[in-house]
Design a binder for this molecule. Sequence first.
Ligand code: HEM
Ligand code: HEM
Length: 412
Amino acid sequence: MQRYSRAAIFLHWAIAALLAFQIAVGWALEDLGSHGFVLYQWHKSVGMLILALTLARIAVRYWKPRPAKLEGGWQGALASGVHVGLYAFMLGAPLSGWALVSTAKVKVPTLLFGVLPLPHLPLPAASHALAENGHGLLAWIGIALFLLHVAGALRHHVLMRDGLIWRMIPGRSPVLLVGLPALIAVGFLAGRAILPAPQAAAPAPAPVALEADNAVEAESNVAQAANVAAPAGNAAANASEGVTEEPAGPPPAWTVQPGGRIGFSVGNDGDMISGNFAKWTAAIVMDPDHPDSADIKVTIDMASASVGDAYKDGMLPGDEFFGVAAHPTATFTAKGAEATGPNSYRARGTLTLKGVSKPQSIRFTLSGKDANRKVSGSATIARAPFGVGNGDSSNGLAPQVAVTFAFTAKRK
Ligand code: HEM
Ligand code: HEM
């Protein structure tokens, strides 16, 4: 049986797998906020690669001999019609994508694969809606044509057993017969795999933190504050939701300036014990206008804790409190934050302390503008789940520890 040329077979399966990748990434783009900047660049790069490969494939089609048609009649005509449709999809999807990017209000530069600048097409801005709607619709038309195409291939292979499928598989290899179509699934899954973890997966605050009365109070105060601020918060949320345009850049990273402070205080038999951690670092990525894309990691050197009393300071690193020998650092990580009012935010993340990881939320406000921001905030931490203060000398300690922080951050 005559086969397609190696070049045609390679291009057939490479393009199929890349198209599946494109659709998986494309469907997620609009929900990503500023976190999506890198993915947009990937989507545009792979899309333009598909355009180039499709042009090469059309060239190969005329340059290398193709196997003769196996079937005439309406079935043959349908197969050819679907092929023409698939070529139109392979050209139309990237061209409509290029057009929609070229006519967007905010013209975001594209660097294909980080190296090759993609010029904007000279198209009227009025064609944006058409390009955008067409781009989304073409994906569905492509999927429909693909299903017809696969149904046709299966009909030949399973019902007619005429060996047609081997024309697109090198060497009549049964492994490739499964492996090459499976590349389409691999492309789709790869597209899903490079998406950032969904924000909704952020853990809810620890239920145990709500057991103590003062924690309930603290949480409801926050809830109230959030309600009072709701109109402004909603306005901000709506404003950022309305913007489905491509983000103009990745969310900025910030460097914590020297002089910041992380302090803690806890009631002790009607008294208050307060201290701070002298050594800590924070890696912060956050666009204040798109807090959902935030990526925060704070690492605290637990041996640097002091309450300003030599005797108590001597106890802190021990197993009853921080167990520093086994767990020298505590970390707080959060992917994403939410606006609770103008300049106020809440981040639900994970606190790892003394080897135990629990959901923990922190609240903070930003002041200042542009590249210099002052950050201050607080968290209420239930110490029992982390085993902090688990001995006799802790009997008078309140179950909740208030943590406060304040520092200046400079945009990198
Ligand atoms: C080559 C094949 C391509 C496929 C199969 C594809 C597929 C898709 C899909 C399914 C979406 C989601 C549409 C929606 O849900 O409304 C999308 C969105 C998008 N695509 Fe593509 N795409 C391709 C190429 C391109 C290219 C080459 C560019 C730009 C140079 C591009 C730019 C975009 C943009 C900016 C969006 C965001 C959605 C919007 O603003 O409407 N795409 N793509
Ligand atoms: C499991 C998936 C697929 C299978 C089993 C498959 C199989 C085949 C086979 C056996 C042929 C040769 C038909 C013949 O000799 O008459 C073919 C041709 C073709 N396929 Fe696919 N295909 C698949 C996916 C795709 C995808 C995703 C696309 C593009 C979006 C595509 C586009 C085409 C085109 C345009 C042709 C016509 C080639 C030409 O003669 O110019 N296929 N396919």
